[in-house]
Every structure is written in structure tokens, then in C-alpha cells.
Ligand binder design. Sequence first.
Ligand SMILES: *Cc1c(COP(=O)(O)O)cnc(C)c1O
Length: 393
Amino acid sequence: MNRPITPPDHALIDAATLIAAPPEGPFNAASPAIFQTSLFTFDAYSDLEDVFAGRSRQFIYSRGDNPTVMEFERLIASLEGAEAARAFSSGTGAIAATLMAFLEAGDRIVAVEHLYSDAYRICEKLLKKFGVAVDYVDGSDTEAVKAALPGAKLLYLESPTSLVFELQDVPALAAEARRLGVLTVMDNSWATPLHQKPLAHGVDLVIHAASKYLGGHSDTVGGVVAGAENLIARVNGGAFPYLGAKLSPFEAWLLLRGMRTLPLRIARHMQSGLDLAERLRAHSDVATVRHPAFSAHRGRETLTGFGGLFAFEVTDEIDVPRFVDALGHVRIGVSWGGPESLVMPALAPLQMAEVNSLRRFGVSPRAIRFSVGLENPDVIWSDVEQALGRARR
Ligand SMILES: *Cc1c(COP(=O)(O)O)cnc(C)c1O
């Protein structure tokens, strides 16, 4: 199950190729085709028989494979250096299907404690119900994670985490997991494959919320998991067709369209994010800025660049709801990765029963998550600055 990844035949797509890459399709069209169809017909009875007997392959039904979706899967596999990928109708669908494909009653998994909130709820509400035990461990404490691994079936990483932006020593943890026969799964939504390639650091399966930077336009929800052929075959055979969380051809097309500008967008998100993070760090109303650029923790070296999502904690002088309401340009919203700048007070999306446990996990009620968009950073900054001024007690 844990055999090392062999590089795919097709070379890794680099940032420049991604922008210029011509889609494969008829008529030399500059934009890829959408195969907006639920089913594909057979020419003859014998074709039908051959396909179902596994003697030949053709597209059958779009809850399984669809050419437009497959094009997106191929692109992600290329970017991550994976042999194969499987797309889903959401990042959460990809996480749920991956966990269900590899786990069974009686298994135990180890997850980093500040994982994405709905990944946490999959663990709490689904895995536990089906008899899978979950240990949450401080992901920044490499020795503690290693100590929890013996006997576990799966290690779930997210580096950096997307609420408090803690880094994990991915190569060390993946190596220890591999030594013990534990499958490592990692959420790489924040860095995108352009700024972090987990499979190259020993991770077995990498997951993306394509809804965020990959799509990049706040117009679609999608997800994907990528890894070795045999592992994706397990996802395909054990969960994907039966959970029914397939990506639609149109949404795959939106993702392909969005990804043609991913290198340009991510460079701007990174630059503006660093700029805003620096300005916030120098501001007297800000107590802490949680951005991986300011961390010296192991895990920094696997990032070759940054995303534009980070968090800052305001001092007691600032009334958090008043600050958020005083913003004019920057909007309030849960997602991230689109062209528009967004803030999200960190505690607001957590269900009340979870607040106490997550506070124990280190999320401060004074924390604000900031998705820095593609606007002129001076415009974003003057809005943040005036809102801080108006929110002072
Ligand atoms: C949004 C998000 C997800 C889930 O993706 P959806 O497409 O919303 O289901 C997973 N991981 C991270 C880090 C996210 O931000």
C-alpha cells in the first residue's frame, strides 16, 4: 500500500506551461471542450459486453468517468507529480471518500488537531459512528505525532493548517508513517501544488479543496485526491462511485479555466499576503500575525512559496465584530482563494459545542482569518487601517 511514488510519464507541468498549455480537443479550440453528458452510448452489444468484462475501456456514465473531469484530474496529477487523481464535487467529498476507502471499523487514525473544520467533523460525526477511533495530536510537535503512530492506519496532515497556520515536519512524519505502514494523507489546499508537492516528501495521498485557489474565482466548489495508481484505484473501487460526490463537467471546465492563470494569481496572492501581513505585524492594534512566513518551525522548507491566507489576532483594545462591520471594501465570508479579499472571525464558523474544545486547541476568540485577494494591496490596507481605527474601544 505504501510503495514509493514513481514519477508519471508526463513531465511535471511548470508554472509557465500551465499558463500556455493548449487544451487537447477538436478544432484547435483555445479553450477546452465540455462534455456535458450524463452517459455515453455503445455501438453494439459486443462493445457493451467487452467494457463490462474489462476487455476494453470507454466512457460509460458521468458518475464515474467523464472526459472533461478527466482532463482536470490529469492536470492535477501532473502538478502534484502523481500517477493518478480523482476529482470530487467538493474538497470535503474528496476527504470523506479517501478516508472511507482506506478505513474500517476498529481502525484508528492520527490527525493534526487544528485540521480543517469539516474534516474534523467528518472524524467526529462519521468516522466515530462507524467505529474508527481518532487521535488529535499537536501537529507542530513532531515527536508527539510520531509517538501516536504505532498501530494507526492513517495519518492526516494539513500543513499549514487553515485556521491557525501551524506547520508540520512533513518529510519526518511521512517517513515515520511509511516505516510503520501507516498511510499518510495531506490537505495541500493552502500552498497549491505550485508551492508545495507533498508526494515528493513521502506523503501517499494529497487532497485539494479546488474551490479555493485552484478554481480561484469563487464560482465553483470542487475537490481532488492524487497519488499512486494503486491508491487512487482503492478510492475508485471502494468509495468514489458509491458516495456519488462526482464533479460535474461544467465545474471541471471552470476549474480548468481557472487553473490557466493559477501561477499569476498565486504569485499575487503571495506577494499581497506578505505585504499585508507585514503591515499588520507593525500595527499597534495587532498582537500576533499567524503567517507561515513568520514561522521558524520545521515544515517551512517544504514550502517553496506561500498562499495569501493567514490570520491575525487583535489586541483587547479592538472590538472584533465592530472591526469586521467597519470594513468597507473587504467582505465577510467563509471561503477563500478568490479574487476578492475576505475576513472571517476565527470562532464564528465553529459550532458552539466545539468552541470550548477548539479553544483548547489554540484558536483565539481575537483571531481573524484574512484571505488577501487580487486587489491593489494599498486599497486593502487602507480599508483595514480605517476599520481598526473605528473598532478601538
Ligand atoms: C474549504 C476547505 C476544504 C473543503 O473544501 P470544500 O470544497 O469546501 O468541501 C478542505 N480543506 C481546506 C483547507 C479548506 O479550506
